[in-house]
Design a protein around this ligand. Structure first.
Ligand code: GDP
Ligand code: IMO
Ligand code: MG
Length: 422
């Protein structure tokens, strides 16, 4: 079997958690391959609303294996909180959740370095979730990281050496008063390490490849979105990992020829949380309406999300980078009450029209829109494509024609059940 990949195509929060949960019955194994607790993936079913940060979104379906891959960065403290809250709901994950020994650890000082770095950037800050993601990946690439497998021997010694490097940096370079915050966080962090030890720590690349060879089906759940990718996103306002399809290969240890379907998820409009360019952003009543109706507030930080119309220039670029084979359109219901819906098809840059995504977004991209009629009907109760208002069918057809990829699923509400396959 192959590994199917599911990714956000925009700036994150497209609804990945919901759709992975919906698709999980078709798969034996659900994996995360990059990112860490900067992610917040929301699932809703049977009156439960749950936000996952590190744990794959297959965890609520019985008899599935969930794997945290080598490309993920784990904060033991946040991981423990997630495990404890799932236990309260009656889900004991000890048998179904496996963790790669090669996944890197986010140290308490990584969080402090994230805070110090953002404070030092002032108005130019990235708008990080402040979960220590950048500093943890920086240490990984700089060959100074600590991995889950390190927990198993001489851990305290290795930990102290890393923390010494970090506290030197905090005090001497950033002049950051770290002592109290570090003491506060360390105790919970080491409790989290004890929780991690209770799980099966595995060579996930070998386990995953054996599962594939034995005919098991695997889905890889992306975090963040293609426009936040470290190479192809709106650098430097990006996250610190490869959020794209290729990231699933390096973040799980599966070869490119083992990748099967690539599901690309997008909202019927656009959102972004944190700083950085956003060509179709609406700083007006329409943007506010999208935020209010779509409840667009960050699942991890609670920050209001910036909102705007769908951007086909960026979406086409993401589809190219990711090799998307099927599109999934989320939150169509948020557009229920609009007389017209705008779609950006080109940018005007220095007087020139282009459909190609520029090497850098610098705020000088004027979005050029086409307008389509809205449906002005509630989609929430719609369960079949046959019942779609004609304007929604036309909106879908319009996007498919522009992007040359079929939309296989349309989501019309946050609940598992509000998902329509075409
Ligand atoms: P993720 O990070 O990609 O998993 O997305 P988030 O969970 O951060 O944000 C998506 C938000 O939209 C969550 O609050 C979901 O419950 C909600 N959601 C998902 N699909 C739909 C939908 O089709 N309609 C509406 N109204 N909300 C949705
Ligand atoms: P999910 O998986 C939306 C954004 C942050 C910030 C930038 C860098 O839920 O879609 P970081 O904490 O990685 O240093 O922040 O990336 N960001 C996200 N935005 N959804 C996410 O994850 C995000 N993870 C990070 O807001 O702009
Ligand atoms: Mg999210």
């Amino acid at each position: 079997m192959k590994v199917d990949v599911l990714l956000g195509l925009q700036w994150g929060d497209e609804g990945k958690g919901k759709v992975v949960d919906v698709l999980t019955p078709r798969y034996d194994v659900i994996t995360r391959f990059q990112g860490g607790p900067n992610a917040g993936h929301t699932l809703e079913f049977n009156n439960i609303k749950h936000v996952l940060h590190t744990i794959p979104s297959g965890i609520f379906r019985a008899d599935k294996i969930n794997i945290i891959g080598n490309g993920v960065v784990i904060d033991p403290c946040i991981f423990k909180k997630e495990i404890d809250s799932l236990l309260k709901l009656g889900f004991d994950l000890k048998k179904t959740l496996l963790i790669s020994k090669k996944a890197h650890l986010i140290l308490p000082t990584h969080r402090l370095l994230d805070a110090a770095s953002e404070a030092a950037k002032g108005a130019d800050k990235i708008g990080s979730t402040l979960k220590g993601i950048g500093p943890a990946y920086r240490d990984k690439i700089g060959r100074d990281g600590l991995r889950v497998g390190d927990i198993l021997n001489n851990f305290e010694e290795k930990y102290k050496a890393r923390v010494k490097q970090h506290t030197d940096l905090l005090s001497k370079y950033y002049h950051f008063d770290y002592k109290e915050a570090l003491l506060d966080y360390e105790k919970a962090w080491f409790e989290g390490i004890e929780t991690i030890k209770q799980f099966q720590l595995i060579d996930s690349e070998t386990v995953i490849n054996k599962l594939i060879d034995s005919g098991k089906s695997v889905i890889a759940e992306g975090a963040q979105g293609t426009m936040l990718d470290i190479d192809f996103g709106s650098y430097p306002f990006v996250t610190s990992s490869n959020t794209i399809t290729a990231g699933a290969c390096t973040g799980l240890g599966v070869a490119p020829n083992k990748i099967g379907k690539v599901y690309g998820i997008f909202k019927a409009y656009c959102t972004r949380v944190g700083s950085g360019p956003f060509p179709t952003e609406l700083n007006d009543a329409t943007g506010q309406k999208l935020r209010d109706v779509g409840h667009e507030f960050g699942s991890t930080t609670g920050r209001p999300r910036r909102c705007g119309w769908l951007d086909l220039v960026a979406l086409k670029y993401a589809i190219m980078i990711d090799g998307v084979t099927e599109l999934i359109m989320m939150k169509a219901d948020v557009l229920d009450d609009f007389d017209y819906i705008k779609v950006c098809t080109k940018y005007k840059i220095n007087g020139e029209l282009t459909e190609d995504f520029p090497h850098e977004l610098d705020g000088n991209e004027e979005p050029i829109y086409e307008s389509l009629p809205g449906w002005n009907k509630a989609l929430t109760g719609v369960t079949k494509e046959n019942n779609f208002p004609v304007e929604l069918s036309n909106y879908i057809k319009y996007i498919e024609t522009k992007l040359h990829v079929p939309i296989s699923i349309v989501s019309v509400g946050p609940n598992r059940s509000q998902t329509i396959e075409r």
